[in-house]
Ligand binder design. Structure first.
Ligand code: GLY
Ligand code: MN
Ligand code: MN
Length: 448
């Protein structure tokens, strides 16, 4: 059987051709004739010689998907091969990196010192072009004589960010592999939960099975037992299991060559209303997936989910009104306060989700859905997450109870579910020739 990495190598040439075309058009439109992309470098903690884990510049990674390129830089000139200025320190304290395999078709020059590398990039850029843009948040001091408006220029970034939503075959394959890693972790985490493990132990089970170090993850795993599931970005790992287990929410992804997956599942420890609500949310999430087609505005999906949630809350008796009334009164917003999802790719919350056009402009969501990160229209090869939630968050439910529509809220029934925290079900999906590909459910099915 062909391994994913074989596919990736074959697809990388096409990927580079597409990325080159996009950069050529974007540079032209923004009035630049070359760009330097710095990969980024670690910054030590205050008064310390230790640095937090570094995430490389995603623009660098799209050209050269190597995590071992810190301190390096790329010079991009339309019509020329990319030039990688590669930092390989003479260092016996650390293992020096090798030139990334992905740079095989690039012009490559290696340097052992950062200052020499930056000076060489600067000189090459100035020799090659009149107007050079710098993309990155490091190395700026070395490029003082580039155009004043040339550091992370909005005109250039807008083009790149808008188009980045549409993924190449290479990127989709990398995301498929990032999903497979995460699903291995999810299966192991669930087994650990069933065995009575603590949040800390569940997280270790996840990391081991996914084969990912915490620093490699696209975002910090959310491993939440019981009421912790109602904290949207719960960040701790209790060392001890709770005395009674009600629920388990895990929001954990994986990364492959810089590309992310972002997956959430929720489980009930036993049968009863909470378990039924999970089933209903799962059904609603899949019904929503069936609605996705080229040309679907993402906001429509978000609103449709609020309507479905109104029905669930009404049918279950959590609200004593119809689903329609619940939606109209805004009551569903107290149970589902975040957005339905976001773009995903080189970043978990990929850039450009509210961008109106390649030229720029933003389409913000309606005020009552301020947390919605994605307001664009869906189309082929644009991976997004679909992650509806139903939470029991005291702060929000107290406010709902005190509101005009508070008489509809069944406080006594909600109280019984508070120890379960909440539900989120999150898949990563995209359209291929108009047909939905569900990366997440496909990976779970493949590992069954
Ligand atoms: N894991 C963060 C999110 O789902 O957006
Ligand atoms: Mn997400
Ligand atoms: Mn998530």
């Amino acid at each position: 059987m062909k391994q994913p990495d074989d596919d990736l190598e074959i697809q990388f040439a096409d990927h580079l051709a597409i990325v080159s075309e996009r950069w050529q058009a974007a540079l032209g439109a923004a009035g630049f004739d070359a760009a330097v992309i710095t990969a980024g470098e670690p910054v030590n903690n205050f008064l310390d010689d230790q640095a937090p884990p570094l995430k490389l510049n995603p623009h660098f990674l799209q050209w050269c998907p190597s995590e071992t390129a810190e301190g390096s830089a790329l010079l991009i000139r339309p019509g020329e091969r990319p030039h990688l200025f590669f930092l390989r320190p003479d260092d016996y304290w650390h293992q020096p990196p090798d030139v990334p395999v992905w740079a095989a078709g690039f012009e490559v020059t290696s340097f052992s010192e950062r200052t020499m590398l930056l000076e060489a990039v600067r000189q090459a850029a100035l020799r090659a072009a009149n107007r050079v843009a710098l993309i990155g948040n490091s190395g700026g001091d070395a490029f003082h004589d580039l155009p004043e408006d040339g550091t992370n220029p909005a005109g250039l970034l807008n083009h790149l960010h808008f188009e980045r939503a549409v993924k190449t075959e290479f990127e989709l394959t990398a995301m498929t592999e990032a999903t497979r890693k995460a699903v291995r972790g999810h299966l192991s985490a669930r087994a650990a939960f069933d065995a009575g493990a603590s949040e800390f132990e569940i997280n270790l089970a996840y990391l081991g099975a996914a084969g990912q170090l915490p620093a490699e993850l696209p975002y910090q795993n959310i491993v939440a037992l019981n009421e912790h599931a109602g904290v949207l970005h719960y960040q701790h790992y209790d060392r001890r299991p709770p005395s009674v287990r009600h629920s388990f929410l895990i929001d954990a992804g994986g990364s492959h060559l810089g590309y992310a997956s972002d997956i959430t599942r929720t489980y009930a420890a036993g049968s009863g209303l909470f378990a039924e609500l999970i089933e209903q949310m799962d059904t609603a999430q899949q019904a929503l997936l069936d609605q996705i087609a080229a040309g679907t505005p993402y906001l429509d999906l978000h609103v449709a989910m609020h309507r479905r949630l109104g029905e669930i809350l009404s049918d279950s008796g959590l609200l004593r009104c119809s689903g329609e009334e619940a939606f109209d009164a805004g009551l569903t917003e107290a149970f589902f306060p975040h957005g339905l999802g976001h773009l995903i790719g080189l970043q978990t919350h990929d850039v450009g989700g509210q961008q109106t056009s390649p030229e720029g402009g933003q389409t913000p969501p309606p005020e009552n859905y301020a947390a919605l990160r994605l307001t664009r229209t869906l189309d082929d090869r644009i991976p997004v997450t679909i992650e509806p939630g139903l939470y029991f968050i005291p702060q929000l439910l107290d406010a709902a109870l005190k509101s005009d529509a508070g008489r509809h809220v069944n406080g006594a029934l909600i109280e019984t579910l508070m120890p379960c925290g909440g539900i989120r079900i999150e898949d990563n999906v995209y359209l291929r020739d108009g047909a939905l590909v569900n990366l997440t459910r496909q990976a779970f099915a493949d590992s069954a």
